[in-house]
Ligand binder design. Structure first.
Ligand code: F6R
Length: 349
C-alpha cells in the first residue's frame, strides 16, 4: 500500500503533482463556476490550525490581490475565543484536511451563528465540517495516512489559488499557469536525492531557523512545522524582515538558516537578510530559482526549483522543505508516519 516507498509520508509527497491535477480538474469540470462570489462580502476571515493555517496565510495574499477583498487569517483556537465582530457581511473560510478539527469547526460555527457565510476547504468527504458548512470546496488528495500533512497542503493551495483567481479579470491566464504546476513539481521531486544529501548534513543540529518574506513566509513556517513534528528538532519559521527585531541574536556559526528566496518582489530584501545572517556566521541553506547564481554564491547549500510567476512559488518551494524534514527524521530512525505526541485528527481542544 506504500507503493514501494519506505513511508506513507514519502509516498504522499510524491503524490503532489497528481493531487494538484485532480483538485484542479474539480474546478475545470465546473467551468470555474462557484455557488457563491467573494465579491458579495466585505471581508474574508480564514480560520484553521497547523498546516491548514499556513495554507490560509498564503491564500490571504492571493485573495487580496485577485478578488480585492481584505482577508484576516486566524488560528482557530484563538479566533474561537476572540471578540472579533462578525456578521452577515463576512465570509468565513474554514480550512481543514480532516474536516474534524474541533477548534476549526467550532470557531467556524460560532461565526456562522453570528450570520457569516461558511465555506470549508476539506479533504474528507462527509466530514463534520463539510456537513456544517454552507458550501464545501473539496481537495482531491485522497486519504493521507502520514500524520504530517504534505500532499493535502498542495491540494489546499490549489483550491485556494483557484478560488482567488476565478475572481480576477485575468482568470484564464492565471488558471493556465496553475495547470503547468504539476509538471514543475515533478521536476522538484526528481531532485529528491540531492535534497537528501543536504538534509543529512543537518540531522544532528539542535535548532533550525526558516526565513521567508511575502508568500515565502508561510512556506518557511510550514517547513519549520514539518521539521519539528517529525524530527523533534527545534525549528522556527519567521518573516525574514523581523530578524533584526530580535531573532538575529540567535545566529552563530552553529545555526543553520533555511531561506526561501524565489525571485519575487521581495527578492532583493531577502538577499540583504541573508547577508545579515552571513555576517553572524550563520549557515545558509537556500531554496530559489534554478540559475540564480547570486543566491547560490551566498549559500552553503542551494536547492534550485524551476522559475515560475511569484504567486505560484509556494507550490514549488515547499516541496524541498517537506523532503528535508522527511529525510532527517528517517535518518534519525524516527517513526515518520506516527510521530510521538501527535494525532492525525485533533478532535479535542
Ligand atoms: C501538520 C499537521 C497538523 C494539521 C492540523 C490541522 O503536518 O498535520 O498541523 O495540519 O492539526 O488539521 P486539519 O487540517 O485536519 O484541520
Amino acid at each position: 500500500e506504500k507503493a514501494g516507498f519506505k513511508h506513507f509520508m514519502l509516498k504522499e509527497i510524491f503524490e503532489g503533482p497528481r493531487v494538484i491535477g485532480d483538485t484542479l480538474s474539480g474546478f475545470v469540470s465546473r467551468d470555474y463556476s462557484l455557488p457563491f462570489s467573494l465579491k458579495d462580502f466585505r471581508r474574508v476571515i480564514i480560520t484553521a490550525c497547523g498546516t491548514s493555517y499556513h495554507a490560509g496565510l498564503i491564500a490571504k495574499y492571493w485573495i487580496e490581490k485577485y478578488a480585492q477583498i481584505p482577508v484576516e487569517v486566524a488560528y482557530a483556537s484563538e479566533f474561537r475565543y476572540s471578540d472579533t465582530p462578525v456578521g452577515p457581511e463576512d465570509l468565513v473560510i474554514a480550512i481543514s484536511q480532516s474536516g474534524e478539527t474541533a477548534d476549526t469547526r467550532f470557531s467556524a460555527l460560532s461565526a456562522k451563528e453570528k450570520g457569516a457565510t461558511l465555506v470549508s476547504v476539506v479533504n474528507v468527504v462527509g466530514s463534520a465540517l463539510s456537513r456544517e458548512s454552507d458550501y464545501t470546496l473539496y481537495t482531491h488528495a485522497g486519504p493521507e495516512i502520514g500524520v504530517a500533512a504534505t500532499k493535502t497542503f498542495l491540494a489546499q493551495l490549489t483550491v485556494l489559488y483557484s478560488l482567488a483567481a476565478i475572481h480576477s479579470p485575468d482568470k484564464d491566464r492565471l488558471m493556465q499557469s496553475l495547470m503547468r504546476i504539476p509538471s514543475l513539481v515533478e521536476k522538484v521531486l526528481a531532485e529528491a536525492n540531492y535534497v537528501r544529501e543536504i538534509a543529512l548534513k543537518y540531522a544532528h543540529v539542535k535548532s533550525v531557523l526558516y526565513l521567508g518574506r511575502y508568500l515565502s513566509y508561510p512556506v518557511a513556517m510550514e517547513g519549520a512545522l514539518k521539521l519539528k513534528e517529525i524530527s523533534y528538532i527545534h525549528a522556527e519559521g519567521l518573516p525574514a524582515g523581523e530578524m533584526k527585531h530580535g531573532p538575529i541574536a540567535l545566529i552563530d556559526d552553529s545555526m543553520p538558516v533555511v531561506v526561501v528566496a524565489p525571485h519575487d518582489r521581495v527578492y532583493e530584501k531577502v538577499i540583504s537578510n541573508i547577508e545579515e545572517v552571513l555576517a553572524r556566521k550563520g549557515k545558509v541553506i537556500s531554496v530559489g530559482f534554478e540559475g540564480d547564481k547570486q543566491l547560490e554564491k551566498l549559500s552553503l547549500h542551494f536547492i534550485p526549483v524551476p522559475a515560475v510567476e511569484e504567486d505560484l512559488t509556494p507550490f514549488l518551494t515547499v516541496v524541498p522543505l517537506q523532503l528535508m524534514a522527511y529525510y532527517i527524521a528517517d535518518y534519525l530512525g524516527l517513526d515518520v508516519d506516527q510521530p510521538r505526541n501527535l494525532a492525525k485528527t485533533v478532535t479535542v481542544e
